[in-house]
Write a protein that binds this ligand. Structure first.
Ligand SMILES: Nc1ncnc2c1ncn2[C@@H]1O[C@H](COP(=O)(O)OP(=O)(O)OP(=O)(O)O)[C@@H](O)[C@H]1O
Ligand SMILES: [Mg+2]
Length: 306
């Protein structure tokens, strides 16, 4: 496999992007893959979730402006195989300053190219901020694929169709014609709640092959771990949160290899609970986006494209 760049994105806030970026990265690293987590959010939540102090001077910001090579911003973490480019408040300035550059939409794509050429990592996971700003669009322009965490709640599908529309636009303006949605992960799943079940089945109806069979359950441990600067593997290694993210990492790898694309009949499985009987796994690569949408806010109107 070549180095793969994955944007973890959803313009909706608080859906589990950072929790997924941090813990999926940690689980992939634990499986032996070399992972770079790129914190693209000025809030720096992924950075602090790994127990790294912000303000140490390393950040993507100066690399985005072309002042330093991106490879110089990489920090090792406590976990083997897991590396980090921290996010910092500076990045908020990038929203403005990168927008002034000619090639502003593909800025990140360009500065990250040396990493693609050298491929010191197997995967680069980018934790995107929630707004449809310069940082998120740059991330989509730089990515091979997108992983979309969706919270099991009302209106989840609307957020999803918006992001599908944004992906279409990024492809249409040729910023990244090959961008594809690699998967949708249901987060904060509550098996006992009808709503969770309904949202999963609705998402699966529209995005069958794209929906991960592994859902992440709502568990307070996942919410607590970041305040200790720990991944769930360090905080509660045998609990349901760690089990779920380990299963997600395994499914992620199967999908990367084109081994397993579960169908709607396979249902959704929440690790730690009774698995669905006999899920069938037709093989095949990732799917293209099946549903075009008219709901996406046009990027042009937001000043991203000139
Ligand atoms: N499976 C889960 N169970 C319980 N709490 C969770 C779970 N996943 C995320 N949370 C909590 O929900 C909140 C939002 O999660 P997170 O920060 O990962 O979302 P986000 O999409 O990155 O948010 P933002 O859009 O602000 O970047 C956090 O407090 C997090 O700890
Ligand atoms: Mg976040």
């Amino acid at each position: 496999m070549h180095m793969k760049i994955i944007a973890i994105a959803n313009q909706k806030g608080g859906v589990g992007k950072t929790t997924t970026a941090v813990n999926l990265s940690a689980c992939l690293a634990a499986l032996g893959w070399r992972v770079l987590l790129l914190d693209l959010d000025p809030q720096g939540n992924a950075t602090s979730s790994l127990g790294v102090e912000r303000g140490e001077g390393l950040s993507l910001y100066r690399a985005l402006l072309g002042e330093v090579p991106v490879a110089d911003q990489v920090l090792p973490t406590r976990l083997d195989n897991l590396f980090l480019i921290p996010g910092d408040l500076d990045l908020a300035g990038a929203e403005v300053e990168v927008a002034r550059l000619d090639n502003h939409l593909v800025r990140l794509r360009e500065i990250i190219q040396p990493l693609r050429d050298d491929a010191p990592f197997d995967f680069v996971l980018m934790d995107c901020p929630p707004s449809l700003g310069i940082l998120m669009t740059n991330s989509l322009a730089a990515a091979d694929e997108l992983l979309v965490p969706i919270q099991c709640e009302y209106l989840a599908l609307e957020g999803l169709s918006q992001i599908v529309g944004v992906v279409e636009q990024i492809r249409e303006v040729e910023a990244n014609p090959d961008l594809r949605i690699g998967g949708i992960v249901m987060t904060m799943f509550e098996a006992r709640k009808n709503l969770s079940q309904q949202v999963v089945s609705e998402v699966r109806t529209h995005f069958d092959l794209l929906t991960y069979q592994t859902a992440i359950p709502r568990t307070v441990r996942l919410a607590e771990a970041p305040s200790f600067g720990k991944t769930i593997l360090e905080y509660e290694n045998s609990g349901p949160g760690a089990k779920a993210y380990r299963a997600l990492a395994e499914e992620f790898i199967r999908r990367q290899r084109g081994e397993a694309v579960p169908t709607a009949e396979a249902g959704v499985s929440v690790p730690g609970e009774e698995p669905d009987p006999d899920p069938s796994f037709p093989t095949g690569g990732g799917a293209r986006i099946p549903v075009p949408t008219r709901d996406a806010p046009p990027l042009r109107h937001r000043g991203f494209l000139r």
